[in-house]
Design a protein around this ligand. Structure first.
Ligand SMILES: [Co+2]
Length: 432
């Protein structure tokens, strides 16, 4: 998320342990699969038409039948192997309203979309990975889990399903698993012993990307049903933000609609009633290629900017429901960092900082990373160098964002694309 005006209180500690590097090579072909599939043979025999018979000839020539693999449990098959055509499931389609209804049927706008198809397929592949990973994680989550294990399992599953490949495909940012009054930007640093509790409210915010086309989507986990309506408030507020978004829609109008829904909720927790507040200094944001927090902010309260959403833009629509002040400040040890997108070449004299920057450029470029990601690459004792890069304005630290101690925050987030003919909720699943 994007954050505005926060009070700083950041603690830094030295640590650095190494874990194994678990990348997997992309595997696109399943031509070696010799097993036969009766139903696909029947389908082929029933097919007709020139296009189909051409394909049939090609298939018969190679004397091999295609059988699409099924995802395993736990998931291990790269999503590209489940969709070898390179076409991935479309997200939820929402039609534009009122003045923009004409777009639905415009031939000119459809032509524009045909040109953009490769981009749609990239981001839809990233979304399919997001859906499969979160489905798996929801199934294994339980109180008593070490947060570090949870994150590493999630991240290694993303790496496998997205066929991680340098900057071409992979994790888009650290796994946020902020608890309770921590709203965002918390992930364990190496050695952290935090254990997930039955009464925790955890925001799982993770990102996937193909070719820099990022899916940024989050949901909240609570085991205790007393938090159900707190979760519902942010889920419905986010759905409202998604529904109100559109080409030529003013960002302030999206924010006002979100706040209206959010603050219609009150929640009872441990016998005490709280009004639900939208966290006023957290926002959704536009997303550009390799740039998760691009220039536009999507407010979640009224009184925001009048800037409009535009055709072709990606937005992360995310809302935060709080029982606290509805205002966050930076606190706790920092784990998240990101290279400044606009920074040009800055000459560095310190060799250690120079070397660390080379590692960051090669592995993350302008995508966000966390200390654990540096540890697994074999970097050690890098905190001073990292601080140098932050002080030089090359890297931005993104510390945890916290409401008042003892409060609870929930979050839901979707990535949407304002296509020329319709709005596509890229990250929509049957879960949220
Ligand atoms: Co976001």
């Amino acid at each position: 998320m994007a954050v505005e005006k926060v009070d700083k209180e950041v603690h830094v500690e030295e640590n650095g342990t190494k874990e194994e590097n678990g990348t997997s090579e992309p595997s696109i072909s399943n031509e070696n699969d010799e097993s036969s599939d009766l139903s696909s043979m029947i389908q082929k025999d029933e097919d007709d038409g020139k296009e189909v018979s051409k394909k049939k000839k090609k298939k018969n020539k190679s004397k091999k039948k295609k059988e699409l693999p099924q995802q395993t449990d736990p998931p291990s098959i790269p999503v590209i192997e489940l969709f070898p055509s390179g076409e991935f499931p479309e997200g939820e389609i929402q039609q534009y309203k009122d003045d923009n209804l004409w777009r639905t049927t415009s031939e000119e706008k459809r032509e524009l979309e045909r040109l953009e198809k490769p981009i749609y397929d990239s981001v839809r592949q990233a979304a399919e990975v997001h859906r499969q990973v979160r489905k798996y994680i929801k199934g294994i989550l339980k109180p008593g889990m070490l947060m570090t294990d949870l994150c590493e399992t999630l991240e290694n599953t993303v790496r496998k399903l997205i066929s991680e490949n340098g900057l071409q495909a992979g994790i888009a940012f650290p796994t946020g698993c902020s608890l309770n009054w921590v709203a965002a930007h918390w992930t364990p640093n190496t050695g952290d012993k935090t254990v997930l509790q039955y009464d925790d409210v955890m925001k799982l915010d993770f990102g996937t990307h193909i070719d820099g086309y990022i899916v940024d989507s989050a949901f909240t986990v609570a085991f205790n049903p007393m938090f159900d309506s707190l979760l519902e408030a942010s889920r419905e507020a986010t759905n409202t933000g998604v529904k109100e978004s559109g080409i030529d829609v003013r960002l302030c109008d999206v924010g006002a609609a979100i706040q209206e829904v959010m603050e219609s909720y009150e929640v009872e927790i441990n016998g005490k009633v709280f009004p639900v507040k939208s966290i006023r200094n957290l926002n959704g944001h536009s997303i550009c290629r390799y740039h998760v927090h691009a220039e536009k902010s999507v407010p979640i309260v009224k009184g925001g900017e009048q800037t409009k959403m535009e055709e072709g833009e990606f937005f992360a629509i995310e809302t935060f429901a709080s029982t606290g002040k509805g205002y966050v400040r930076e606190d706790l040890e920092c784990s998240h960092y990101m290279k400044n997108f606009d920074v040009g070449h800055i000459p560095l004299r310190l060799p250690r900082a120079k070397q660390l920057l080379a590692t960051i450029n090669k592995n993350f470029s302008t995508l966000a990373f966390c200390r654990r990601y540096l540890d697994r690459l074999g970097e050690t004792k890098y905190l001073m160098a990292l601080k140098n890069l932050c002080d030089a304005g090359i890297v931005q630290p993104c510390p945890p964002l916290c409401d008042i101690k003892g409060s609870w925050v929930s979050q839901f987030e979707h990535t949407i694309l304002l296509r020329p003919t319709c709005k596509e909720v890229i990250s929509r699943g049957d879960d949220y």
